[in-house]
Design a protein around this ligand. Structure first.
Ligand code: CMC
Length: 390
């Protein structure tokens, strides 16, 4: 009390210590529990990294198998919960469907809501990891008016997710190791990013002793905005607009620099990375691999590459240290895989879930935990008298 530091956007405020993820924005370094992201992306799988983030170490083969087994056992959604989807319009944004259904999960699992009970926390962790991809796939199927499929628990985590999205379509779903590996890698790259807006939201909500489902649902809503996870969707709309308008990439970049209508180059810039985003490099490699595998020639990828080249050589972007971020190329890949644009941020949410869980659990084990309650600088009127004669 007595001293309030004014810090809009929390640029200089560290409300917590954390042992999960390390970022050096000037040098473009990202590490999960000490392991460089490049090594993590090359050698691991999504659930392995989830374990690493949540429990702190790389799992042994037995630990991973047991974890994978548990997650597979909890993929089914309660049939009543499935009817929640009927109450929402087909036009609903899948991110709103996702956050609503996650919030609703807490109404089914009263036995795993207590943040102070380790067994309950473990149970809600497994339930969320297992059910979020299923809810996400149902949000997709709902938006295209198709029947929901039951999870096929003989399939691996990523394969099952792709099956739930693309099974029983006109084009039969075929397990494709290149696509499975590419999606696995993209989700790994999204798993954690220390105190970003959605993770900070999960922590703030969790600091009130709200349950994990409620905290994650809030995180999904925070992620939905175009300056955060919503950027991957915004990038694709931007690339499509550039193509359709025929104005050319140079003209578009000029409009961004002139801040016409406040437009930004979506997928560029980052609060912490001022050199490059190490994830963007890895995503760009995947974009080339996936499009080649699928034999897709997407002119949006060409526009993206041209945009990147022009921006990286332009003083406006150089002076402001603006580089492609993780979202710049992900949309092109998701599109090639067959996901509609409105599903892109949902994929980000599946990727980020282990990070949210890891932070929520770390916070709840912190003996210094206090409810999050920022200060403000009051700028309203001084005391005045209510107008009794009007
Ligand atoms: N295009 C054009 N100009 C930009 C951009 C951009 N993408 N990003 C920042 N700038 C300019 C901004 O106008 C400002 O210029 P000036 O000093 O002349 O006013 C300067 O760069 C600093 O911008 P800022 O808004 O103060 O930077 P920030 O650190 O508060 O914002 C950001 C970071 C990511 C919100 C921002 O760079 C942005 O809006 N990028 C586009 C959206 C995007 O791609 N978001 C995904 C982020 S990565 C995934 C994730 O973590 O969610």
């Amino acid at each position: 009390t007595g001293y309030t530091s004014y810090d809009p956007g929390f640029v200089n405020t560290a409300p917590t210590s954390s042992g999960i993820t390390y970022i050096d924005g000037d040098q473009g370094i990202l590490r999960y529990r000490g392991y460089p992201i490049e090594q993590v992306a090359e050698h691991s799988t999504f659930l392995e990294v989830a374990w690493l983030l949540i429990y702190g170490e790389v799992p042994t083969a037995e630990q991973l198998e047991a974890f994978d087994h548990k997650v597979r056992r909890h993929t089914l959604l309660h049939e009543d919960l499935k009817r929640l989807f009927d109450a929402l319009p087909h036009s609903a944004h899948p991110m709103s469907v996702l956050s609503s259904a996650v919030s609703a999960l807490s109404t089914y699992y009263g036995d795993s809501l207590d943040p102070k009970d380790p067994e309950q926390v473990e149970m809600s962790t497994i339930r969320l990891l297992a059910k979020l991809p299923v809810i996400a796939a149902y949000a997709h199927k709902k938006s295209i008016g198709q029947a929901f499929l039951y999870p096929d628990n003989d399939r691996s985590f990523i394969d099952n997710f792709l099956w739930l999205n693309f099974g029983l379509m006109a084009e039969p779903y075929k397990e494709n190791p290149v696509l499975i590996q590419a999606l696995d890698r993209l989700l790994i790259l999204h798993e954690d990013h220390e105190q970003n807006a959605s993770t900070s939201t999960v922590r703030l909500v969790g600091s009130t002793e709200a349950n994990l489902f409620a905290s994650v649902s809030a995180g999904i809503n925070a992620l939905s905005g175009p300056l955060h996870g919503g950027a991957n969707e915004a990038v694709l709309s931007m690339l499509g607009d550039i193509r359709d308008s025929g104005e050319g990439v140079h003209r578009f970049v000029e409009r961004v620099k002139n801040k016409e209508d406040g437009i930004r180059l979506m997928g560029f810039g980052h609060r912490v990375y001022k050199n490059y985003d190490p994830r963007a490099k890895l995503v760009k490699e995947s974009a080339d691999a996936v499009l080649k595998e699928l034999g897709v020639k997407d002119e949006l990828l060409d526009i993206a590459k041209e945009l990147e080249e022009i921006a990286l050589a332009d003083d406006y972007f150089i002076e402001r240290k603006l580089y492609p971020n993780v979202d710049f190329y992900t949309g092109v890949i998701y599109k090639a895989m067959g996901f509609p644009t409105r599903m892109f941020t949902v994929l980000f949410a599946i990727g980020r879930l282990p990070g949210w869980i890891a932070h929520w659990r770390e916070m709840n084990q912190d003996p210094h935990l206090r409810i999050g309650r920022p200060q403000q600088l009051y700028t309203g009127p001084a005391e005045r008298h209510w107008p009794t004669s009007r």
